[in-house]
Design a protein around this ligand. Structure first.
Ligand code: FES
Ligand code: FE2
Length: 362
């Protein structure tokens, strides 16, 4: 994998099946980099909150009284129990174990029967993570001394001009789990090589650009971007949703990009998808798929019906990919496997994995 693409081979199995590699990834990647936690509209009003566990770390994303997005640890200051569950809207969180109470921004308000403790609980809060918003997305980092968010996002800001998700709305969010390593999903989502075969019955036939002409742009920091020609993601390639105005002059353009480490972005003339991939264990991955549409798309009376069709179409595509990536995981657990060479169509995978190796070897 470290060699130039024509001489490179895929990564050996150990990268996909070992707890040591998983621990190294957590330390060097997930606890270090900026990560995308969701959409601003998931916490639209003061009091709204969502919870999540990312690489085993429980978090709350909320909107405080002053309308700021706050990202904080979901760990009670007493014994660490998660003080918030699921999602919703509230004034206060109450820990279910011994009822310590917190406001929506994480400040401790009440702690019963602690009068005899000498601990000063008068001005303490759930620790916050550094966070930022970009084009409607909420990013945060566990790193207390991270690269500035502006520096992190600048190369993407420049390259991903078509990804105007601040002018889009979240139409749907799919959450699923697959029995494979998160990198197999990251690679598969960038893999232009398989779409004509594995997806021959679904969107493979909607793509009209020639594989032999495939090129991509490497974005500094482990990202990439490519363009092709492909009709919208419907069974017959017709456009089901309000067109994204900035895509109109480009016809049936399709885009495919990744933001390091775990985001994959794609778009068609009427929709944008972002996939966030979260390792649960070396052989299991949670996938969150955000489906976005132009801001007026939801106002159309047929939107719910079209969304239903689109969602089912996405699920049939995911089922096609699932069979392949879960098979890759079995390969990674087999002692016979020897990694094979890459096609030029796997250039974005080579780009991603070389930055991945730079990061975990650093
Ligand atoms: S763990 Fe939360 S109040 Fe005891
Ligand atoms: Fe696929």
């Amino acid at each position: 994998m470290r060699r130039e693409l024509p001489k490179a081979r895929h990564l050996p199995s150990v990268f996909y099946a070992s707890p040591e590699v998983e621990a190294l990834e957590k330390e060097k990647i997930f606890l270090t980099h900026w990560l995308c936690l969701g959409r601003e509209e998931e916490v639209a009003k003061p009091g709204d909150y969502i919870t999540m566990r990312l690489v085993g770390e429980p978090l709350i994303v909320s909107r405080d009284k002053d309308n700021n997005v706050v990202v904080m640890r979901n760990q009670c200051l007493h014994r660490g129990v998660e003080v918030a569950q699921g999602k919703g809207s509230t004034r206060n969180f109450t820990c279910p174990y011994h009822a310590w109470g917190y406001d929506i921004g994480g400040k401790l308000l009440t702690a019963a029967y602690m009068q005899r403790s000498e601990a000063d609980l008068s001005n303490v809060s759930l620790p916050r993570l550094k966070s930022a918003t970009w084009r409607g997305w909420i990013f945060a980092t566990f790193n207390e001394n991270p690269q500035s968010f502006e520096d992190f996002i600048a190369p993407y800001e420049k390259e991903l001009w078509f990804f105007k998700t601040d002018e889009c709305v979240l139409g749907d969010k799919l959450v699923l789990e697959l029995d494979c390593n998160w990198k197999f999903v990251a690679e598969n989502l960038l893999d232009r090589y398989h779409t004509g075969t594995l997806h021959a019955k679904t969107f493979g036939k909607l793509r009209t650009s020639k594989p032999e002409e495939f090129t991509f742009t490497s974005i500094p920091g482990g990202g990439s971007n490519s363009f092709s020609n492909a009709a919208p993601m419907t069974a017959d390639g017709s456009q089901a949703f309000v067109a994204l105005p900035w895509m109109q002059e480009h016809g049936n353009i399709a885009t495919k990009s990744n933001i390091f480490p775990n985001l994959n972005l794609s778009s068609r003339s009427d929709s944008i998808r972002l996939w966030a991939l979260w390792p649960l264990s070396p052989g299991r991955t949670q996938i969150i798929s955000y489906l976005l549409f132009y801001k007026t798309a939801l106002e159309r009376p047929d939107f719910p019906e079209q969304l239903d069709i689109y969602r089912n179409y996405m699920k049939s595509i995911i089922a096609e990919d699932q069979s392949a990536v879960e098979s890759l995981q079995k390969v990674a657990e087999s002692y016979m496997y020897e990694p094979g060479p890459l096609s030029h169509l796997e250039g974005p995978i080579h780009n991603l994995l070389n930055h991945y190796l730079d990061t975990i070897e650093a």
